[in-house]
Write a protein that binds this ligand. Sequence first.
Ligand SMILES: [Zn+2]
Length: 468
Amino acid sequence: MTKHNLLKNLLKTTIIFLTVVFLIPKIALAAEHYYLYPPVLHMVNGETSAPIIITDGNGNPVAGSINFISYNSSVMRVNNNSTDKVTITALQSETREGMGYSLSASVVVGGENYPLRQQLVVRILGNPLSFYTSAVGYQMVWKTHTAVYYPNSSINGQNNIQNYVVRDNLPNVLEWAYQIQSDITQAQTWDGEKQIYVVDFGEVLAPGEVAAGEGAPYPNDDNRRGSHVCGLSGMNPVRFGWNIRYNGWKNCFACEYGSHWSVYFHELGHNFMAHGVSVTMPSLKLVRQLSSYSEGLATYIGMQTSKKIMDNPATYPMDASPRNLLVNTYNNDKTNFKNDFNNWVAGGASISTTTTDSGSFNPNVVDGLLLTKEGERADFPDRFFKLLQPQYADQTNNLISSFGSTKERWHMLFAALTSAARGTDLYNEFRDTYHFPMDQYSTDYNNLYNNFKNILFAPPPMPIVTAI
Ligand SMILES: [Zn+2]
């Protein structure tokens, strides 16, 4: 090998090394993440669960002990004997509107203590699942960043969940969704612990049906009749409801036509926009102020997820039926949200600054506003979400640390984000057309807008290459 070739090879090695170094923050998972299996228990009062085991990130059992940190001992008992076999006994049925319990835990493996971000979900239902089906088997599919836990037998004779999961390639799509949202936010949820998705059974009562332990049927409120979950996030696992009683299609896991993509991507979006990411991002602070923003942003990042899948069929191949559902849902949502936004503007764009609500400025209006800006500038969403990335959190947090609960100032943050992402100062538009309370805190707006402009104009970080 000549000196020249050696140099060339060295240079190649250096470049490969640099590439690896820069990929690590996004693709590598921390070495030690452990999980509890199963991630959700469905029991009836008096029943004792099968043993709960510790697994690695591929579902392989790992020896160790489990310590549940918090649970209500009047509704369940943790049986933790010396043989490392941990079981749970249900002591009390959930109330009519119950949504189960989430148990935090840590595990000791190889003498070391590992706090888990995953929580064990315990449902204590009115009827055993065997009431609906003779045997309920489960399957857990592990992917790089995610895992899906679902029943692989039919429930209540209505339909077969597994058919949807297999037909719609659910574990793959949910993994793509994670990767897309991780890409958009440059973040990982739960410190790199895999994001688990589970099917969560619930019981919706029929009209006039009396819930267990109650003397009369519940009044006419269909949504609250029975204990069931639609989609629940802000935790690991994300839970998707499947109703096993009365109306089999009162589900968020799937509808008659297939998988509920928009629900999945929305719930995952909550975790990327808020509690799933350890860095205290400005988005978390914003969404804590107003549900219009927390729901609106979860939907908006969910819609970006759908759009990236729709626009890149070679990277994200799907069969016609689930793809059509994805496309139709996206298009319907887009039309509806933009209509809601236009109607809100036409109706006088009322925005309240009370601490409890924002008037008619609801999540759909927030999404309609963002989608309208996206229609004016195609890279708007990428720019918008870039401003919320953890790498820029500190510099923005410095500017909003004193905002407290003053709603005007949080609206200011949204206006500045939207302006910077749009690439033009929309101060007057927010004040005059959307009736945002701009003038009183205009200094906050200007500081934030300039900060966001700087973030977007900053060149991407370059690797430092020293001459060889
Ligand atoms: Zn939500």
